[in-house]
Each structure stands twice: as C-alpha cells, then as structure tokens.
Design a binder for this molecule. Structure first.
Ligand code: MD3
Ligand code: FE
Length: 203
C-alpha cells in the first residue's frame, strides 16, 4: 500500500515489518560503538531526542552549529558502517515511492522516550536536495507533523506506527516537519522507546 501525503511524499504502511528482525540487533550493535547522545543545539538547548548515526556521514550539533561529519565527535572514530539490511530497506522503499537508485550515505538514528519531541524544522544540511529522505518508524507510535514551506503554514498530523516508512522527495523535500511529544504507550518489542531511522544522501 502507498498513501500520498503530497506530490513527493508517501507513507508505506508496514513496509519495514519484514526487516525488523534484522534491524533491531543491528541498531544495538551500532549503539555499542557509537552510543546514543543528547545533542546541544546552537541555541543552547539539549535535545529531548537521543541520536546516533551510521554510514559515511553522521549529523551532529553543538553550540557552533549543525553539520555532517565523517567522524563521531565523542570518539573521534568514523561512524559505524551502514548495516546491509538498512541500505536495502531504504533503497526498496525509495524505489516503491518512485525514487529509483537511492544510495544513502547517512543514517540518523533517533531514539525517543515518552515526552520526547522534535520541534518544527527543515532538513537543509544536505548537499543535494534532489535525493529523497526515507524515514523508518520502530517501537512506540508517534504523531508526525507535516507542514509547508514556511514555518507558519498549517500542519497535518500523520500517525506513524511500528514498521511504517515515509519517503519525502521532490517538491516536498524542504517542507517543515516535526514530531509531537510521545505518549507512554509501550511497544511489545521495544518497550517505552521509539526509534526512527532517517536515511539521507548528505554528501
Ligand atoms: C518531511 N526525524 O531527524 S524523519 C529528523 O521521526 C526528523 O525522528 C523524524 O525529522 C523522526 O530530522 C522523522 C522524517 C522527515 C525527514 C525529512 C523530511 C520528514 C520530512 C523532509 C521534508 C518533509
Ligand atoms: Fe527532520
């Protein structure tokens, strides 16, 4: 199934379910080498969402700004390689939404506890806005906010559950988006945790 949110934005309900058994141990493995951390924004706020990365590039933030980096600033080492099932899932989902040949070089792994949220923002630290972004939801449900091209534009609420995949590209690539504070609705596999994998072509 494929639900259209906009001209270039699609929800693929349950698309990741066949991959879950491979994804969960891979996430544990990479969190051992690059632990989840709460980043500080340039404005001095500590994010409620914890983050790690895998792939050639990882997204990071501190008082000096947002950027992609080839190394984990906490360890000085390269980010863990992108596990093969991650790459395959991202590529198959993008292709299902009409974006053939997606080759992500960055995967942000966001971890939410109850109450964690992501305020409205645009993803514009990537070099090539021509490539789509693929987002995979695991664990607790969340309500995603999908806005317009200006911060004040009205938003639509998109409920996302374990296994859902969203693909954003084309003219929807730079739309504002966010995640409402998570409710405490524990998931059988992940407990009181939501994990979001976001695949990008950053470099
Ligand atoms: C819509 N993460 O890490 S990715 C992020 O659930 C982020 O953790 C969300 O936003 C999360 O930056 C969901 C979904 C996403 C990514 C890029 C978009 C939605 C988008 C670009 C344009 C429109
Ligand atoms: Fe985002």
């Amino acid at each position: 199934a494929l639900e259209r949110l906009g001209p270039g934005a699609f929800v693929l309900p349950g698309f990741a379910l066949p991959f879950v058994d491979a994804l969960l141990p891979a996430i544990e493995g990479l969190a051992e080498r690059a632990p989840f951390r709460h980043l500080v924004t340039p404005g001095g706020f500590t994010m409620s969402v914890a983050l790690t990365n895998c792939g050639a590039l990882g997204w990071t933030s501190d008082r000096r700004g947002y950027r992609y980096s080839a190394t984990d600033p906490d360890s000085g080492k390269p980010w863990p390689a992108m596990p093969e099932p991650f790459t395959r899932l991202a590529r198959e989902a993008a292709s299902t939404a009409g974006f053939d040949g997606f080759a992500p070089d960055a995967c942000l792994v966001n971890r939410y506890a109850p109450g964690a949220r992501l305020s409205l923002h645009q993803d514009k630290d990537e070099h090539d806005y021509g490539a789509p972004i693929v987002s995979v939801s695991l664990g607790m449900p969340a309500v995603f906010l999908f806005g317009g091209h200006a911060r004040g534009d009205k938003t639509v609420r998109v409920p996302l559950v374990h296994g859902d995949v969203v693909v954003w590209g084309g003219e929807d690539r730079l739309r504002y988006h966010g995640v409402l504070p998570l409710k405490d609705e524990p998931h059988p596999l992940l407990g009181a945790t939501r994990i979001n994998l976001t695949f990008r072509k950053a470099g």
